[in-house]
Design a protein around this ligand. Structure first.
Ligand code: FES
Length: 99
């Protein structure tokens, strides 16, 4: 769980779900979560640039849809998992992977 106010719109943060790193994003007030580890060479996607619901990997620039985890550009050729998210009592809760 993470406080909803801890992640302003347009920002991401790495959180953990059962030992798995997850990139939690605030896209215009909607919270979305995908696997934090880039499918290309394991950079942390939460350290990348988030724009219009797409994150650009900080290492080689592959892009991923933060709603689905789908890879949008090379050099990544595989998606990352996506996670269901709920917001309640001022907190953001991860509810498991969907890959
Ligand atoms: S590690 Fe992410 S694009 Fe290479």
């Amino acid at each position: 769980m993470c406080g909803a106010r801890e992640i302003p719109p347009g920002e991401m943060r790495r959180v953990w779900l059962d030992g798995t790193p997850v990139a939690l994003a605030n896209v215009g007030g909607e919270f979305l979560a995908i696997g934090d580890t880039c499918s290309h060479a394991e950079a942390s996607l939460s350290e990348g640039i988030l724009e219009d619901g797409v994150v650009e990997c900080p290492r080689h620039g592959a892009t991923f849809d933060v709603r689905t985890g789908e890879n949008r550009s090379l050099p990544a050729t595989r998606p990352v998992p996506s996670f269901r998210v709920s917001v309640r009592d001022g907190g953001v809760w991860l509810e498991g992977g969907s890959e």
